[in-house]
Design a protein around this ligand. Structure first.
Ligand code: SF4
Ligand code: SF4
Length: 179
């Protein structure tokens, strides 16, 4: 049993094989989610937990608040479907999936109006390695399962090629639908 109180950008070492048999514990409420994540010893399940929990934190903060000011499907910048207008997955009912990268994007108007949750505010993301943290910042226009697959992969090149192909496909389909 280990109690730890200090979390920094190197905290991902707690996920290594050295701590495989260690059960973490804390009395600090701020660290509870991190400790819960570290006690999931299966890599994919831990990635899923971190991803879904971060999405939930954002969704819960904006529950019942229309931060993008949507009215008749137009956002406060008067854009039909808002930022999703350039995504192959857009639907009239909003996003059909759960994309953390998109959830962390806000235009300047939204940032002026609200104290938004930023990437740095999500301490759980410190448990991701550098490659995973980078992916979370660039993986727009993708479904939850696609992003998770990018996060699972050990190879950055493999994930990057997947993201690139998806972005090209997205541009092609969006332009095709405009014709
Ligand atoms: S972030 Fe800004 S541009 Fe994007 S949907 Fe919201 S209000 Fe519109
Ligand atoms: S993946 Fe992103 S851009 Fe596409 S519909 Fe969902 S939130 Fe919108």
């Amino acid at each position: 049993m280990v109690v730890f109180m200090y979390i920094n950008k190197y905290s991902f070492i707690y996920k290594t094989f050295i701590f495989k048999k260690v059960y973490f514990k804390t009395n600090n409420e701020d660290l509870k989610l991190i400790v819960d994540a570290l006690n999931i010893k299966n890599n994919k399940k831990r990635i899923n937990y971190i991803y879904d929990t971060c999405c939930d934190i954002i969704d819960n903060k904006y529950k019942n608040i229309n931060i993008c000011g949507f009215n008749c499907h137009k956002c406060l910048n008067n854009i039909e479907n808002g930022c999703c207008k350039n995504c192959m997955y857009q639907s009239i009912n909003g996003c059909p999936s759960k994309n953390l990268t998109c959830k962390l994007f806000y235009c300047s108007k939204v940032k002026e109006k609200y104290d938004v949750i930023k990437y740095e505010d999500l301490k759980l993301l410190k448990l991701f390695n550098l490659k995973q943290r980078y992916i979370i910042q660039i993986d727009y226009f993708a479904k939850r399962e696609e992003v998770l697959k990018d996060l699972y992969s050990i190879s950055f090149i493999y994930s990057f090629i997947r993201i690139l192909i998806r972005q090209i496909k997205n541009i092609y389909l969006i332009n095709k639908n405009k014709i």
